[in-house]
Design a protein around this ligand. Sequence first.
Ligand code: ZN
Length: 248
Amino acid sequence: MLSDVEHLAEFLRSSRSTVVFTGAGVSTESGIPDFRSPGGVWDKVPPIEFEVFLSSPEMRNETWRRRFAMEELFGAARPNSGHLAIAELVKRGTVSHVITQNIDNLHQRSGVPAERIVELHGNTTFATCLDCGQRYEIQDLRPIFETMGAVHDCYCGGLIKTATISFGQPLPAEVMAQAHAATVACDFFMVLGSSLVVYPAASFPLNAKREGAALAIVNRTPTDQDRYADLVIREGIGVTLTAVLALL
Ligand code: ZN
């Protein structure tokens, strides 16, 4: 009998093109909280919806206040052994794309080239103008906010917002298209640290299965998609991938 880790290694060894799908469970091992989990951040402080951000200067300020309050945490977070193992699999050519629900930039920092990362919920480590797309750095905006009590608008007149996708904000069509293309092209789809409850996350594993890919889910808690998976491992990501890499 193969152990779960040996089984996972076998899938990776025989795969021509693997897609990795990551959720909060990959980054909690770097100290980033799981905002969605029961008892998590959003149970105590509900997220501010996109429409509210657009319509209320006060709530925009509240959004920025919360973001800057998180800066020590995001700034201090480092890629963990799970991120590094994923980066190694990309480097070896086993993994074609990393589709992620995480917004913390840790896949990039672990060495995965940006063009191999599809960020479904955007990226909180910088900001952009909602109208013209101009990029702004968090460390430049923070002293302005702390002095003026607000973040100024873009020179084009548009609103500046962290490059994340808020509740009620449409996912960019090109991001969805990229994620879909990678999903249907792979022969092995590996879910890591996602409970797969949020749309569109829940749809990807089944799309991959429908196109003939094998499916593995590594997550500490059960997911609704477990019954479709060829392999389910209820373990931490870092410990599992480190053990798998040792076998490859
Ligand atoms: Zn602008």
